[in-house]
Design a protein around this ligand. Sequence first.
Ligand code: FAD
Ligand code: SIN
Length: 534
Amino acid sequence: MTRYDFIVIGSGIAGLSFAHKAASHGTVAIVTKRAPAESNTAYAQGGVACVTSVEDSFDLHVRDTLRAGAGLCDENVVRMIVTEGPERIRELMELGVQFDERELEGGEKELDLGREGGHSKRRVLHSRDVTGREIERALLDAVSRHENIDLLDNHMAVDLITAGKLGYATEDRCLGVYVLDEKTGEVVTLSSDRVILATGGCGKVYLYTTNPAVATGDGVAMAWRAGASIANMEFVQFHPTCLFHPEARSFLITEAVRGEGGVLLDAKGRRFMEKYDKRAELAPRDVVARAIDAEMKRTGERCVFLDISDKPAEFVRERFPNIYETCQRLGIDITQQPIPVVPAAHYQCGGVMTDVNGASSMRGLYAIGEVACTGLHGANRLASNSLLEAVVMAHRACADVCRTTPLSVERSLEIELPEWKSGDAHDVDELVVIYHNWDEIRRLMWDYVGIVRTDKRLQRAAHRLRNLQREIQEFYWDFKVTTDLLELRNLATVAALIVDSALLRKESRGLHFTLDYLEADDRRFLKNTVLHRL
Ligand code: FAD
Ligand code: SIN
């Protein structure tokens, strides 16, 4: 058993920001299941929404966030994150994050602010179209300078260790984590009274997603098994514009393309967004994604098109170099022709329910970043608010955990944790079973629990998922754990949480749209969907 003052699971913006701060207070393990930079963060394109211009105000950013959230945001949390944002952004810049600037007349420079759907002002700080890569680079660099941080890459958290599971009758609390070392195949025991989930989202639960392979909802699944409360899982955000190309399934075309004047066209080259919303291409994401879905269903086409070719080619190449080069490699010159796009699962608005400091309902367990449900996003996240939330919440969680669990007190509570037991489990003999179930979950979620839902489809999904969960649990007992098996188990758990939450909400609101209840019902459903494990 190895003991740390803090265990951080995940090395995206949330985990790395927390670890960098916590390292001034004690020893830190960062557990991350693939290479250190592999995270949703590294793929973020548009940027970070933050009030930095005199033409903008906290009130406007709060108002835009509340509007997008369709009545379910917690206004106090929104105001807190919006107002604390500029200080956290300043810290990121001090760590070396380079946001784009533009030159004013007279030679002075100011931050170049992007515009995205649902924002009433230009307020998105960005590094061309590779903002996340730049943030990840700077944070990994900062973390590597701390001697008391151990970065355990290719280590996958399997499950949380809690006092309850060990049979202690006292108040339940988190005591550590079992972690699979992928190089050796052994499960090691890490102990700490301060465990921070920063595991990101669950895009991989859907067949089509903008998320990388690591986004399998592990944090939510582990927290659920441990007994923490989970909220608002029905609100899955679908990004309207994922590149439609057989060789680039998860490649995002940032909303900033629409912010800079890109328009959506049907296969005949006609604009259609104005039929759906007067804000046209700059309507919030849920509106645009549903409009594209409706157009595709109406016309029977397999994609729509996003066209920025009206803008000067030099501007397009300069502002969107990553998108330009990626599309060019695939034979699409975005300065000359429209880009084929489809909606794809993008962001998990719900998650482990936390307070304003990232503390979950279980003592000793914090959740920050996409894995958490803080109340910022409500029923729909405003574009580019998640990087902001992650960095603000990492700071608050670090301050809170150091205040409420001083190291000296916790040391006196040390408990020897049992080692992981594999019993007589043997190696997985038929990987095909795992891959088959993995595909089935992702396809059924896409077909039955996608952008447009019905009770009947949800019930069908719920029924099938229960059977799959039973089957997967049997593999889990019989076979030695592997990353594939663990991810499959987590995907099935998270899929079931999404479906169960969606079945409870008998209305359409924000990202949850059902043909059975077309309107929002404030009288019955102006509240979070909170699931507790019995
Ligand atoms: P992540 O960055 O996803 O990091 C999670 C980490 O946890 C990873 O290191 C992962 O390997 C690790 N992990 C997961 N499970 C385990 C486990 N069991 N054991 C060990 N490690 C584990 N948001 C914006 O605000 N602006 C944008 O412009 C923007 N663009 C985006 C573009 C794309 C293509 C995508 C996919 C998302 C975008 N988002 C954007 C959303 C945003 O990037 C994410 O919400 C945010 O980066 C999440 O950060 P995080 O630190 O919570 O999680
Ligand atoms: C994008 O660049 O379109 C993604 C922004 C986000 O998800 O916030």
